[in-house]
Write a protein that binds this ligand. Structure first.
Ligand code: AMP
Length: 421
């Protein structure tokens, strides 16, 4: 009987995993370079964690279940709420700002399509305990640097929910209607906005997008709306910082985030050619979330990469190229030297850099001739041959498959020789 994997989930073969590991490691290296530290939280949580503030859209898509003790649990649909919980319970007394990042699967009950899965991976960053656009700029810079390190071409869009929410507040629009508008905008349905709120100023604002001159356009539209204008001035400061750091961006006043907790700067990163699901990263400032979880008032900014989409974008742009590793086969001449072969393989693994070499101990029991034949057919550089003679001398025979020559050397010598290539 053949059993399929559940709809919206995927198996990752070794080849795919090699690519994904490379992407994850490259991004993690960048983040660690910026002093972000990795954390991990449970895959399942109490449902109420996400019911508190994650927004209607996410709540409706949650995988919820009761456990045997009758507890209301769910598979995590995102991780910012978990990080806020962890911070409030365990990290609140650490010196701030705290720089955290995470990687792992999230679960949302969605209609699967290209770039949209029910089990998908996010690599996310949270910078806690610091307010202001300087830290927003760091978050945005770190996100862009991760993608640049991978060689990906992308487009960054920035906005301030402070501008959008500030205007709605000053127009006297109630929270429920504001929420509806934000959801519509997040779904990219700008045309549907008029049916919910027929307001000329709001309609004009969300249509403004472009370079820095859009700040001036927005300023004109928002004349007299002081709250929105104050947020606009912060957005201008952010734009100046990004300019100085040579980060290219578009300002788009229709960019909002669906999650309920965002308060200020928001940003999205897209890759053209990916189809409908072209948003590979989303994030922003959330200054009130930690309080919801009983923590002290703690400003914060964060983002999450849709990791699967980043990988798909890299494939699309032919940029997914993990460095090749060199394979060293260790072959035992006869059963009598298998134990020594195992010891040699272990020493090689210990001493050769794992990022560059793979040690493949041939455990098939086939004749040495066959192993050498296969090594030469698959274009391998070296085979380490061990027999009783080598064991007695505590040496190995290194065969250069290209030159068809071999010499007997110590393990230290072979390590030196291989790493010099
Ligand atoms: P969000 O947590 O909704 O802000 O999403 C952050 C990022 O996760 C998005 O920009 C997408 O790239 C990615 N993402 C969200 N939902 C899915 C999904 N169902 N499948 C794949 N990627 C997703």
């Amino acid at each position: 009987m053949k059993i399929e994997n559940p709809k919206g989930t995927r198996d990752f073969t070794p080849t795919v995993m090699r690519d994904r590991e490379y992407v994850e490691k490259t991004m993690s290296n960048v983040l660690e370079g910026f002093n972000f530290e990795k954390i991990s939280t449970p895959i399942f949580e109490y449902s109420e964690l996400f019911e508190l503030k994650s927004g209607e859209d996410i709540k409706n898509r949650m995988y919820t279940f009761d456990d045997k003790g009758g507890r209301k649990l769910c598979l995590r649909p995102e991780l910012t709420a978990s990080v806020a919980r962890m911070f409030s319970n365990e990290l609140r007394n650490l010196p701030k700002p705290l720089r955290l990042f995470y990687f792992g699967p999230m679960f949302r009950y969605e209609e699967p399509q290209k770039g949209r899965y029910r089990e998908f991976y996010q690599l996310g960053v949270e910078l806690l305990g610091v307010s202001g656009v300087f830290s927003d700029a760091l978050a945005i810079y770190a996100a862009c640097e991760c993608l640049k390190r991978l060689g990906l071409d992308f487009e960054l869009q920035i906005n301030s929910l402070g501008v959008v929410r500030g205007l709605l507040e000053e127009l006297g629009v109630d929270d429920k209607v504001s929420g509806k508008l934000i959801t519509l905008l997040d779904e990219g349905k700008r045309d549907g906005v008029k049916e919910v709120l027929d307001d000329e100023i709001f309609g004009r604002l969300i249509k403004i997008s472009g370079g820095k001159k859009s700040l001036g356009e927005a300023e004109k539209v928002l004349k007299g709306f002081d709250k929105a204008l104050a947020a606009l001035s912060e957005l201008r400061d952010l734009a100046i910082l990004l300019d100085s750091a040579a980060i290219a961006y578009t300002i788009d006043f229709g960019i909002v985030r669906g999650l309920d907790y965002y308060t200020g700067t928001v940003f999205e990163i897209r890759v053209s050619g990916l189809g409908a699901q072209n948003q590979i990263c989303g994030g922003g400032r959330y200054d009130n979330l930690i309080e919801v979880f009983g923590g002290p008032k703690t400003p914060a900014v964060g983002f999450a990469f849709g990791f699967d989409r980043v990988c798909e974008a890299l494939i699309l742009q032919s940029k997914l190229k993990p460095p090749e590793k060199k394979v060293v086969v260790v072959a035992s001449v006869s059963g009598k030297s298998n134990g020594y072969a195992l010891k040699v393989a272990g020493e090689l693994v210990r001493n050769l850099s794992e990022s560059k070499f793979i040690v493949d101990l041939d455990v098939s029991g086939r004749k040495l001739k066959k192993t050498l034949e296969q090594a030469s057919n698959t274009g391998l550089g070296w085979v380490v041959i061990v027999g009783e003679k080598e064991e007695k001398e505590e040496k190995i025979t290194l065969r250069d498959m290209e030159k068809n020559s071999q010499k007997t050397v110590t393990i230290a010598e072979v390590v030196k020789l291989l790493t010099s290539f």
